[in-house]
Design a protein around this ligand. Structure first.
Ligand SMILES: [Zn+2]
Length: 176
């Protein structure tokens, strides 16, 4: 059996604008980023690509979320270092808006050894799931990350859905 390396994904619309990077301070984000990088020595966890910036390894930090519909909680399960293209497979809507969907499709086909049709089906399934999840307002649960994240206004690292907008401390650019 061939292992599926990339499961394409996209975030539900109801989480837009209050992602992890917008509610934690830059230092906290850097701690998470470094924690992700340590898991692979800075290489992309999925394709192995190493990117250099001024001679140093650099990567994008992907947040792996578990969406639990029963509790309406969005829980941070892991942070993973990825190259830009692998990261875009987790933000299909963003990739499409940036005109990069072909790159995403090619990457998924290559790493998973999927056909174009298999890839299209997986992307359609990811969109459907995100659409369903978009109907729910999610509490943001970072409770397992106290070694990395400090939220002065939310010391328990739990932000109720109706407070997420108010919890945003900064805007971000680039891949969500
Ligand atoms: Zn990669």
């Amino acid at each position: 059996m061939i292992k599926v390396i990339i499961q394409p994904s996209m975030l539900p619309r109801s989480t837009y604008g209050s992602s992890l990077r917008t509610v934690i301070d830059p230092d906290g984000w850097q701690r998470l980023r470094r924690a992700a990088g340590r898991t692979t020595g800075g290489a992309c966890a999925w394709c192995g690509e190493v990117n250099l910036a001024s001679g140093w390894r650099t990567w994008e930090t992907h947040e792996v979320w578990i969406f639990d519909l029963a509790t309406k909680r969005q829980r941070l399960a892991a942070v993973v270092p990825l190259c830009r293209t692998c990261h875009l497979t987790q933000h299909l809507g963003y990739a499409r808006r940036e005109g990069l969907e072909a790159d995403v499709v090619a990457r998924i086909m290559l790493l998973n050894r999927w056909s174009h049709i298999e890839t299209a089906h997986a992307i359609a399934a990811a969109e459907h799931l995100a659409s369903l999840r978009g109907r729910t307002a999610w509490d943001l649960d970072l409770t397992r990350w106290s070694a990395h994240i400090v939220l002065p206004d939310w010391p328990a690292l739990f932000i109720p859905a109706d407070a997420r907008r108010a919890a945003v401390v900064r805007t971000i650019t680039g891949t969500p």
